[in-house]
Design a protein around this ligand. Sequence first.
Ligand code: MG
Length: 168
Amino acid sequence: MTALQIGVDIDGVLADLTPALRQLLGRESDDSPNSYSLSASGWVRDRVEEAELIREVGRQGLFATLPLIDGAMEGLARLREIAPVTLVTARHAEVEDQTRAWMRENGIDLPLVLQQRKIGWPILIDDSPDQVSRTWATGGFGVLFDQPWNRHVDGPRLPGWGALAVQL
Ligand SMILES: [Mg+2]
């Protein structure tokens, strides 16, 4: 890993998972979770149901079809001008094929790492407060990608891909 390697999360950063969750839960409105935890957001009852929901996304093959978050491709191109970029996701191994299909579909030709607890990234851009704080705790520079479910957390924040030129 080179000194300036940048890790970029997928769900909530490059790919919009929320519409698939709404669809599976039969939610009518276009609201978003207000906590990274879907159970704390009141979208599911508990962590067991949350894990089951994420497994269902995979069972239905939806990880291959998630829409890109606005400006994601331009954002990746900007980051690649700065340092090598690797996609790093906490998705499980059984959906790696769907993930790679999604990358191909969107023309994203970058290394992919599956890692539940993201450690060792000099720079990590992620929408998970836990992953970002772990990055700081292990000597990296964590950047929170702004989403409705992480607005209560302090620290360096990327307000959206369109802001990247200004931020860096
Ligand atoms: Mg994420």
